[in-house]
Structures are given as structure tokens and as C-alpha cells.
Ligand binder design. Sequence first.
Ligand code: AMP
Ligand code: ZN
Length: 494
Amino acid sequence: MKLHEKQELYIYNSLTKNKEKFEPIIEGVVGMYVCGPTVYSNVHMGNCRTFLSFDLVFRYLKHLGYKVRYVRNITDAGHLENDADEGEDRIAKKARIESIEPMEVVQRYTVDFHNVMNAFNAFSPSIEPTATGHIIEQIEIIQKILDEGFAYEKNGSVYFDVLKFNEQHHYGKLSGRNLEDMIANTRELSAQSEKINPQDFALWKKAEPQHIMRWPSPWSDGFPGWHLECTAMSTKYLGNRFDIHGGGMDLKFPHHECEIAQAEACNHISPVNVWMHANMLTLNGKKMAKSTGNNILPNELFTGENNLLSKAFAPVVAKFFMYQAHYRSILDFSNDALEASEKGFHRLMEAYRSLEEIEVGSKSDFDVPAWRQSCYDAMNDDFNSPILIAQLFEATKFINSLKEGKAAITPSDLEIVQKTMHDFLFDVMGLIDISVTASEDGNKLNGTIELLIELRNQARHNKDFATSDQIRDQLLEIGIQLKDGKEGTTYSLN
Ligand code: AMP
Ligand code: ZN
């Protein structure tokens, strides 16, 4: 029996604004789509929070035994500088400023994104499609929407007709916005606008002569609108209706609202069962954002090279800090909060390690099965990681009293505690015990240098001074200094 048959998972659905019992469309299988990064600059910690929130979701669904297809795209074209379909393409702009190819920009920041996600020990998605790899699919969808009568062409560009769509459907149902209010609150269209109504959005934009990212289409040489790629790629890989769609809260409107409109216009079905939105990471109380410069980059955190930080923090400590808040709550980033998380993180890891040394008895002073279920209850309640972490700290208190001989545990309960801690710390939250890896790495380094000292001694014994000097000098070059003394050779790391 799979775990998901025993555990009842409830997820907050941003569309219905209710926590709902999760029932996948196909028994035992989950299709999940999450909007990925626009790769025109390094991801900041805010972006990371959203992706790590969905890594937790992905990991927990897998832990429950679901077969999950997780699709997270890379936006490598079509995302203009502002949401009103105006301004330059963000990637083309960066390429112009740096005098490099747009695809060099894309490559650089996609690699950075992957490195950062690896540093956080996040799983790769099952499919990571790109917008430029799905131009044909996007053109097909535009054609369908035109055929359905919900879009119009103007001077080689195609726009979605929001008013027309709203006559038969409900535009605004995800964000809770009302189209009449939106219209009342917007200024007149500028004279050069091709849109019939300011609420309309671009499905295809004709490229200006200087625009280098362009593809042929029935309407013009141009490029797709930003909202379209997610409709094309999610439905291609997950079907016209799939289980979960996620992204940051700031994508609810207009991005996700437009995704719903496009999919309903073309497939006559609402595309998503459960909409999930992760809340923002803030810095000094304001949203972390690329555009304002109010952000911290992962590498600044890992090296400590930022005035806001007193020291470097390990990626998994930062991840633990983020999981101490629920994904739907705003979280403010601060050095003090990170330091507190670091202490807690080490306390949990130490407790887990010390389980190896616990002596068992004939009774337990802790209701282990109930505690284990409470860990699941926390995650089953809309992935409530702070409550889960509080439960793990409960176990830590008990483990500490076991160590002090003030409490007892049976062998089978000890096994359950060990497995549960392991499952939630390492499988579900994807943390890594860095003190173990550091000391393991230390042991390996020590062994390697001992071996080199031994080889150097042999070389000296054989009067092969070229080799012995080479070992000493090359070690020095990489920052390892050998010191010959009466007791033999020792080393220090410079
Ligand atoms: P972008 O590359 O700007 O499209 O953003 C990638 C993802 O990061 C989206 O899901 C955004 O909603 C999310 N995001 C952007 N800023 C923040 C923030 N300050 N906190 C959390 N998530 C964010
Ligand atoms: Zn998207």
C-alpha cells in the first residue's frame, strides 16, 4: 500500500480559496507545472524561495508514493520589460547591453540557475522545456484562439480579446479582479496602441526590424507573448487539464489569469485543478526583486560577501530558514534570523546523529507512532513545514533526555524515530548534514595528504629530490604547506 493511500493531503487552492483534499486526476499519478525563471540575470534569493517551496511539494508528493511529472519551464524569449506588452524583450536587452548573443545570455543564466538549485539540493524537474523550443506549439494555439473568435490580428500582431472572452467565461476568477473595475481604473489607450481594449494581451508580437529574436508565423516575423509559452508547454506535457500549477504570488495576475483564459478559449476546459501560489521573500520589508536591486544573491549568501551578512551561510541552512515559514506566508530575510536558523539546524542534525548511540530499553516514554503521524499531519495540512520542523524539535527534546538517561525507548520505537527523522530531514526537506560531509571531506583530505607525504618520504629516501620537491611545491601552490620537524612531516592549510 502506497503512503498516499494512508495519508490525506489537503492543499490550499488559490482558485477556490479553500483547502481541498488532493485527488489526482489519474490515481497515483500527479502532473505539476511551475513557472520557471526568465533567464536574463542571476536568480536572487526571492526566486529561490519560490522554487524551493515547489521542491518541497515535489519531494513530499514523491515521498507519498505518487508518480510525479514535474514540468518547470525556462523563459528564454517573449518576456518584455513590463506586463503591458511593451518595452524590450528582457533577454534581447541584456544581449544588446553586453554585446553578446541572446542565447549566450540564456546559457549563462540557465547554468547559474541550475548550479544554484544543485547547491540547494533541489531535485531537477522531470521536463524543463524552453519557450524558444516550443514556437510551433505556440503558433498552433494562437491559430485555435483566432478560430474560436477570441483573438484579433492587427498589423501582424495578435491580441487576446479579453472582453469577448469575458462574455462567455470569467476573466479575473483567479486573482479576484473584476473586469468592469479594471476597465474603470485604466487610462485611455495610447494612440499608437494596437489593442482594442487595454486589458487585451499579446499572443504574438510583430518584431521591429532591430529585434533579433524573431520567428516566422502566419501573421508576421515576430515572437510569442509571454503568457502563451506556459499554456503551450503545460498542456503539451501534462494534458489539457492537469493537477497542480504553481508559481510565485506575483504571477497570479496577469500571467496566470491569462494562462487560464488562453487554455479555456482554445481547449474549452479550465486547465488546472489546484492553483498554488508561494508568497514573497522580502528584504527590509520590501519584495526582493531583480528590477529594484533590493535583493540578495545566493552566491553572496554562500560566501558571506554582502554588507547585510555577518558571515557565510550554507545553502541548506538558508533552505531550512525558508522552510521555517509556511510557503503562503511572507518571509523577511535577515542575518539574525539566519543565524537563529543555523543554530536550530545544527541542533536537529546533532540529535539525528546521536540516535546511533542511544541505548534501548523495555518501554518508551514518548508516544512515537503518534509523533510520527503528527509529522505527516503537518505536511498533509498544505505542506506546513514550520509545524513539521516544530515536531522534529519535539523529538529532539526527547532524544536529548534519552542521551542524559532521563527517558527510555524501545528498539522498535527507536527505529521509527530514526526513519521518520531521516525521511523528513533528508527526503522531504532535502537537507544535508553538512557537519558530517565536512568531517568526511576532512578525513579524505587528511588521508590524501598523508599519502603524498609518504610518497615524498620514499622519493627522498631514493634521492629522487626532483619528485620530492615537486610534491612539496605543488601542494604549496594549492595552499597546503608541508613542515618537516623532529616528529616527521606535518601540514597546514594556508
Ligand atoms: P522571474 O524570473 O522574474 O519570472 O521569477 C521567477 C519566479 O520567482 C516566479 O515564480 C516569481 O513569482 C518568483 N519570485 C520573484 N520574486 C520573488 C520574491 N521576492 N519572493 C518569492 N518569489 C519570487
Ligand atoms: Zn508561466
